[in-house]
Ligand binder design. Sequence first.
Ligand code: ATP
Length: 300
Amino acid sequence: MKSITIKAYAKINLFLAVTGRETNGYHAVETVMQAVDLYDPVMVAIDEDEPLLGHISLTCSDPALACDEKNLAWRAAAAFETLHPVTGCIRLHIEKRIPIAGGLAGGSTDAAAVLVGLNTLCGEPLDRPALLTLAATLGADVPFCVLADSGSYAALGLHYGEQMEVLPPLQAEDTLLLVSVGEPVSTPWAYGEIDRQNPDSPGCSADIAAALRSASPAETVLPMLYNGFEEAVLPSRPRAAAALAFMKTHGARAAMMSGSGPTVVGMFPAVNGTPSDAAARAAAMLELEGARVYTCRLLH
Ligand code: ATP
């Protein structure tokens, strides 16, 4: 049996604006995605001694997740096999650490890890463009996650997210708190709220993309952070809104929602390269209030 374990990284959105609704119902977006060092270890193995050609078996540490074709990682393995049939049995295991349905691309990054892992184990039959095209068939965030799971940690995504440009990641040593308060948000509902409320457009992603391209310091980039879903979602998610406000007044130099929520992210500056005490204090306070807090850093 040959196997590989891929770190399937979570992502946050440094910028996310819905810029239009197409006649087919899809929404056009402009987004800058950035990977963080919170990850699911995803084990991908091919058991060549197993006679059941094409069989996929998946296990997961979190019993809340389906381990069949409902799991995006399982579907990724099946999609890979449509382009490159695998001789033997594909075995997958997800050690689930990224909060589920948190706006952190947890399912997408597991799927991406399966594509990257299978492609590696099979001797790279798919080149990068082919892998990204296959990833896009699984979901809008999966191509970025393929990049992140293979070492490119930031990208600009346009249109439905499929027009992607790799960017230099944000250079900041901040301690990040990813805060989940247990107020679920369904992504289709969040897009519906955007349609209904039509929040003010912030302009476009060009400024932040240009700042990252020219390796501008974090102080220049942070004022450009934007998530249009905040205005649409947070008024009906008071605990997430309160967590965001709390971090802003307790040492975070930036705080925002990730994706369509409900996870909110605080960025606490490191002091002389050491993790922020303010972040540790804020995390403790938020946990006392019943939030789940994940501490991580930007990947760069
Ligand atoms: P995104 O940011 O890409 O919109 P998300 O982070 O909000 O996604 P996920 O954690 O991907 O949300 O979960 C969304 C749904 O996908 C959940 O209902 C979950 O059951 C399902 N799902 C399928 N496969 C997975 C997986 N491997 N990990 C997490 N969720 C999965």
